[in-house]
Design a protein around this ligand. Sequence first.
Ligand SMILES: [Zn+2]
Ligand SMILES: [Zn+2]
Length: 352
Amino acid sequence: MKSIQVVKVGSLRDPNPETRGQVKVVDIPEQVLGDEDVRIKVAYCAICGSDPHLVENIFGWDPPYGMGHELSGVITEVGPKATKKGLKVGDRVAGNFLHFCGTCYYCQNGQQQFCEHANESNNPGFSETIVWHESQVYKLPDDVSLKQGCLLEPISIAVRLMDKIDMKVGQRVAICGGGPIGLLSLQAIHMFGAASLTLIEPIADRRDLAIKYGADNVIDPITEDVVQRGLELTGGLGYDVVIDCSGNPRAAYPLPQITAKGGKLIYAAMYPNDWEMPLNLYKYCYYNELTITGLYVAPYAYPRAAQLLHRFQLDDFTTKVFELDDAVAAFDAQVTGKYPKILIRCNKIEGE
Ligand SMILES: [Zn+2]
Ligand SMILES: [Zn+2]
């Protein structure tokens, strides 16, 4: 079957073709179906902000390796013991690229994100088919299309973020970074009922989307002073909840300064793994009592994400679609940052 694989590691933004990373459509065997697995004919798989980092090889894998974890599709085969969820051939599904073992200390301790046997090393979602354990798979509601369904994974991150911020209605919230996770989280927080909801984002189109999704204010960090403007917009108090979805060290650094006393600051992105951020512990942790935390993956969030999916405005995230054969062009488009989200169509499914 066809699958997009990383065949050479390196940055996709590297102007030098000798050292630039490379993805390619290759032919690989279909995965073996285990007793508790289902095979999914992939309809759409969206490019995640983390996928170009995988091409840069942040996890240190040996190429060639597969990518793609934000997918939807139709079940074509059900293992003989994949019977616990009532999954059937023909079901429209999406799911969690991680398979948690359910048995280790962390799985048993309500922390499956730290599962010691989670299988994430090879998720070739950008493929014609994929095999997942039934525990990873969720049926899509009838009113959700397969195009929208591939966004279940990023929406599960927004749901998990809501769990982590544990906010109260009417609290002041700022989000830094208007990529898909930032904008979907903004929608979730708006649904929940935030005040002074603000997006900090340098790209004008993304600021416009934030306003469309209910933001009260936007800040352009290129032309405005983020700290001054953030305090101005909150009557000098700062935000009760500040969330970084940018993953950008320069953007992440000033955020303690706009977090209100007693507030929560969540670094909810992937950061350069050797970057260390200076933090004045006296000011922010002792005197201002900030709670500072982060976010890795989305444990226990998928069933709620599936139930909430139809409430999200997803049209802006599903308009740019490439065919599987056009992988190189799709990844080139991804690194331009021009599109809120890019989808790859892995199979044409009738009626979709
Ligand atoms: Zn993702
Ligand atoms: Zn486990």
